[in-house]
Each structure stands twice: as structure tokens, then as C-alpha cells.
Design a protein around this ligand. Structure first.
Ligand SMILES: *[C@@H]1O[C@H](CO)[C@@H](O)[C@H](O)[C@H]1NC(C)=O
Ligand SMILES: *[C@@H]1O[C@H](CO)[C@@H](O)[C@H](O)[C@H]1NC(C)=O
Ligand SMILES: *[C@@H]1O[C@H](CO)[C@@H](O)[C@H](O)[C@H]1NC(C)=O
Ligand SMILES: *[C@@H]1O[C@H](CO)[C@@H](O)[C@H](O)[C@H]1NC(C)=O
Ligand SMILES: *[C@@H]1O[C@H](CO)[C@@H](O)[C@H](O)[C@H]1NC(C)=O
Length: 437
């Protein structure tokens, strides 16, 4: 009896220790690895319930983490946090469920402005505060300095400021002796700026200036499609020779319904497992943009329940959106890429050479490949730029109904197939408002 109690106690202690000491993740060559040497592939979910920090309510995080484990996820992406809040409960809840975090360092106050790009101390200090708060969690997988900071064809002169931010966040990370938490960027999918942006952030002889990873928000595979038909084969072609990891930081075209998530078979299967490191599906909560995998209950009158914002309940017990949730779950249940062991890969990783810095293209990529990066405090001198190209479809502010709808991926409005979907969703939002009025 005593022995049995003791062994329970030992087991309980061991499981607590294993949550707190989840293997960390690092970027080695063009792949991610757990510290135990196994390659890490992302099966992720975008998780932002409101535009407030979703990682402070332990009870809510536990409910969601347990259901994400049922779905087969091993990663979440969070877009905005409050670095002054206590995140222990949520980070432990996700660690206990085997779930890692990719975190955006910026907020609406500190994000890049592609009309007048700059990189300044206010931004850096805010990014440092977020890193300070989260670096101690072993299930922090990586951080983004920005999400879709460039959405226009003529936005490419923002890229040096993004790269300067990566340089300075990495330098801060080293100065504080934090572990090598991967620092990268999450880009909008603009074919004419691809693969220049990805290669620019990765290029150069000084690894301290380069991104640790690149990621792309991709809404190309809609309904019945294929590796070639969707354009994913181009993504693989474009990533060939890239010496840092690359993954999809948002995906999940939702028109036509239901979402089948067939693209997961390519991403986590033989088509892409050698070049790409998985994908984050957009998104957890069902709200007016209609990308949700779960809902917290039926729609309510936003007038009488202000916590529901635009009528969508934003906390409670999650229940699956059918059949989308089970469609994703059944794909992930069959997909277990193993990749390569770190021990077998590290020698070839060390011999990889950085990809070449991209040349300028007329009315497109305007970044001089040999120019030095902006220093902290620099702002783009508009008088000296050679921009002025076409606009590729900057997201309209009318799409941003309700706080969390701010997370509506801009790239959706640029993808051919999704444009129609956007129209429908906007009409639905408007009808929804009329209905409640
Ligand atoms: C390494 O850790 C990951 C995450 O916990 C786990 O999935 C994997 O099986 C582990 N690999 C080994 C060799 O223990
Ligand atoms: C720093 O950049 C942010 C974000 O672009 C901007 O809002 C802010 O005004 C800038 N601050 C200074 C001092 O230039
Ligand atoms: C971005 O910069 C432009 C040009 O200076 C300015 O008009 C605009 O208000 C800025 N946007 C934000 C969100 O600060
Ligand atoms: C990258 O993809 C684009 C299509 O988006 C294609 O035109 C281009 O040839 C590809 N580049 C490389 C280097 O594979
Ligand atoms: C980019 O193009 C848009 C739309 O054509 C324009 O409003 C904007 O001023 C341009 N930005 C730059 C930096 O030239």
C-alpha cells in the first residue's frame, strides 16, 4: 500500500517535471528539432479568442488545450499578449497537453507601418518585454517580429526594417543568455514578392543578421485540389536551397464548405516533409470570419452580452464545428512525419551555405541586396525610394468587424479563390448586424 502510494507520488512528480521541462525547440539548418534530437513538425492552431491576451485564464486554456490534444495539435499561434500578465497557468496547461507556442512579439501599437516603415527603440523595448516574459517557458517554440507587415506589391522596402528587428531581437536574446529561441517572420502570400522576401530575410554571411526561420500565410488550396493544382508545388520549388526552416503560419481555405484539410496530406507527407516544417491552421474560435474549428455556444445578442462582442461567445467549453473539426482530426491522425534525426543531420546542416540575396526587380522587389540594414531609430526616407508599383489588395478596414476579426488574414483577400469567400463573409457579417438591430 505504502509502496503503491509512493510510486503514484513519484509518477505524479515525474509528470509535473516533464511538463515543465518539455524538450525545447531549436532551428538547425533548414529544420526544427526537439532537444531530444527528434525533428519537429508543426500541427498548429491559430488561437486568439479576443484581441486581449488569450494566455492568462488558466481554466479556459486547460479546456482548450485538452481539446486541441484530442484534435492532434502540437502547437498554437498567438498574435497578441500582455507581457505584464501572469502566463504560468496557461503555459503549463498547454505544456501538459504537449502543445508548443509560436508568438507574435508586436501589438497594434508596435507593428510595422508599410506606408512609412521604421524600426525604433519603442518597438524594440516592447518586443524585449514579451521575450523576457515568455523565454522561460520550455514550450515556447519561436517568435515572430511581425505578421504580414508587407501586403502591397510596393511594400518591399519594409523588408530591411523587418530584418533589422530580427537582428536586434536576436542580439538581445544573446545578451541575456536566453536559449536560442527561433526568431522569424510571418509573411503574406504575395506571389510576385516570392521568394524574394523569404530569401532576403535568410541571406547574408552574418547569421546574426538573418532570420532563424521564415513562414508564410497560405490560402491557396481550396476545396478539391492537388499538390500541383493548388500551387503548393511552387512553394516547395521556392524553398529549395533555403538554409533556414520554413512553415505555413496560417492555412485553411474555407470556400467551398466544408473544409476538408486535404492539404495537410501534402504538407505533412512526402510532397513537402523534406522542405517544409508543417502548418498552423487558421483558426480555433468560430467568429464572423467563419474560420473556426470550435464554438463556445450558439450566437447571442451582442447588445445584451457585450463579452460576446459580435455575437460569438468567446469563452467556455469548446465544441467542434462539424464536420471541419473531425476532417482535420482524421488527417492529422494519419500523418506522422519522422523526418531525420538530429544526429544524422547536424553535419550536413553545418555545411549549408546561406541563400543568395535577391536582386531587385522592376516595380517589384526594390531592396538593394548589398545595402546595409537600417540602424535602430531609422525611418524610410520616402524621397529616396523607387517604389510606386501596383497595389495588390490591401485588406479593407470594413472587414474588421468586432475585435477578434482584426485577425482576419490579409492574404485571404489576395488569393484568387478566397476573394469570393470574403464577399460572402462580409455579407454575412452585415446581415448578422441587421438581424441583431
Ligand atoms: C522527443 O520529444 C518529443 C516531444 O515531446 C516527442 O514527440 C518525441 O517522441 C521525443 N523523441 C524521443 C526520441 O524521445
Ligand atoms: C516607433 O514605431 C512605431 C510603430 O511603427 C510608431 O507608432 C512610433 O510612433 C515610433 N516611435 C518613434 C519614437 O518614432
Ligand atoms: C502609417 O504611416 C502613414 C504615413 O505616415 C500614416 O498616414 C498612417 O496613419 C500610419 N498608420 C498607422 C496605423 O500608424
Ligand atoms: C517561385 O514560385 C513562383 C510562382 O509563385 C514561380 O514563378 C517561380 O519560378 C518560383 N521560383 C523558384 C526559384 O522556384
Ligand atoms: C503603394 O501603393 C499604394 C496604392 O497604389 C499607395 O497608396 C502608397 O502610397 C504606395 N506606397 C509607397 C511607399 O509608395
Amino acid at each position: 500500500m505504502f509502496a503503491q502510494t509512493l510510486s503514484f507520488a513519484v509518477l505524479a512528480a515525474a509528470s509535473i517535471a516533464s511538463a515543465a521541462d518539455a524538450p525545447t525547440i531549436s532551428a538547425v539548418g533548414s529544420k526544427f528539432f526537439f532537444s531530444n534530437g527528434t525533428q519537429y513538425y508543426i500541427k498548429g492552431i491559430a488561437y486568439q479568442l479576443t484581441d486581449q491576451d488569450p494566455l492568462i485564464d488558466k481554466e479556459q486554456c486547460t479546456l482548450d488545450a485538452n481539446m486541441m490534444a484530442d484534435l492532434g495539435a502540437n502547437t498554437i499561434r498567438v498574435y497578441h499578449v500582455d507581457p505584464t500578465a501572469d502566463h504560468d497557468g496557461c503555459m503549463t496547461a498547454f505544456a501538459n497537453a504537449g502543445i508548443y507556442l509560436f508568438l507574435d512579439l508586436d501589438t497594434t501599437d508596435t507593428q510595422f507601418n508599410q506606408s512609412l516603415p521604421s524600426w525604433n527603440q519603442t518597438q524594440l523595448s516592447a518586443f524585449e518585454a514579451v521575450l523576457d516574459t515568455f523565454q522561460g517557458y520550455s514550450n515556447l517554440a519561436g517568435v515572430f517580429v511581425a505578421n504580414e507587415a508587407m501586403t502591397m506589391l510596393n511594400g518591399s522596402d519594409t523588408a530591411p526594417f523587418i530584418k533589422a528587428a530580427i537582428r536586434d531581437v536576436k542580439s538581445y536574446r544573446q545578451s541575456k543568455n536566453y536559449r536560442d529561441i527561433p526568431v522569424g517572420y510571418s509573411g503574406a502570400d504575395i506571389p510576385s514578392l516570392r521568394p524574394m522576401l523569404q530569401n532576403y530575410l535568410a541571406c547574408g554571411d552574418d547569421a546574426a543578421d538573418a532570420a532563424d526561420f521564415f513562414s508564410l500565410n497560405v490560402y491557396e488550396w481550396c476545396g478539391e485540389s492537388s499538390f500541383d493544382g493548388s500551387g503548393y508545388s511552387q512553394l516547395v520549388a521556392n524553398a529549395t536551397g533555403l538554409q533556414i526552416p520554413i512553415f505555413i503560419s496560417e492555412t485553411g481555405c474555407r470556400i467551398p464548405k466544408p473544409r476538408t484539410f486535404d492539404d495537410q496530406d501534402s504538407i505533412l507527407g512526402t510532397d513537402m516533409e523534406n522542405t517544409w516544417s508543417g502548418a498552423i491552421v487558421y483558426e480555433w474560435i468560430e467568429e464572423s470570419n467563419d474560420y473556426g474549428l470550435i464554438s463556445y455556444g450558439p450566437k447571442v445578442d451582442p447588445m445584451s452580452n457585450t463579452a460576446a462582442l459580435d455575437g460569438y461567445t468567446r469563452s467556455g467549453t469548446p465544441s467542434p464545428v462539424t464536420p471541419d473539426y473531425s476532417n482535420l482530426k482524421s488527417h492529422w491522425a494519419t500523418l506522422h512525419p519522422t523526418g531525420v534525426a538530429l544526429s544524422a543531420y547536424s553535419a550536413s546542416a553545418a555545411s549549408l551555405t546561406p541563400i543568395a540575396c535577391p536582386s531587385m526587380t522592376p516595380n517589384g522587389w526594390v531592396v538593394n541586396p548589398t545595402a546595409s540594414l537600417p540602424s535602430l531609430g531609422e525611418t524610410l526616407d520616402l524621397a529616396t525610394t523607387s517604389t510606386g508599383g501596383l497595389q495588390s489588395g490591401k485588406p479593407t478596414s470594413t472587414a474588421k468587424k468586432g475585435a477578434a476579426a482584426v485577425m482576419k488574414p490579409a492574404s485571404v483577400m489576395m488569393g484568387g479563390n478566397e476573394v469570393a469567400g470574403m464577399g460572402i463573409s462580409l455579407i454575412c457579417v452585415m446581415l448578422g448586424f441587421l438581424f441583431w438591430l
